[in-house]
Design a protein. Sequence first.
Length: 183
Amino acid sequence: MNGFAVGFMRRLATETRGAEIAEAAAVLPLMFMILLGIFWFGQAFSIYGAITRAAQEGARAGAIPYCATCTGVPTSVTNAANAAQAALQASRLDPTQVRFPVPRPSFLACGGSAGPSCSSGSNPNAFCVQAPIQLTNPTGGTTGLCGVSVSFQYPFRFWLPCTTLNNRQIWLNATAQVRLENQ
């Protein structure tokens, strides 16, 4: 090689102009994916909080044995389903997307027999309301405390391009149990 070529190659090897652009081109897509992931996982966590509050509101309403317009369906089931649906609507979530939990929860009934199956009140195929169920006593026993359980699942769809989570739907679970008010 002649002297000019050797000098040119040496200068090219030590040159740093434009390195920032190459580094940014390599790092920015990764940073963008991390930011998108934070956003979508934050959305999922927000929806999880909203559906958990809806289940708690439903169980709380189901624990109060009052319903002025209920006929044929146990009062606690109707109250729980209506309250959970109202809480979802208040959170701007669509109650028609709710489904029974898979697998369905099983509890002992307040008499010690097999627990009640899922009832949905005015919302068929949506909220799983079980009442009266036997709750676990804080002291470790299982006697004396009867309650209501509300559980359901709500869908969430991720949008993370170039990942296995892109356009994948997951089901978020919500469940709550409350002691009956007549105890």
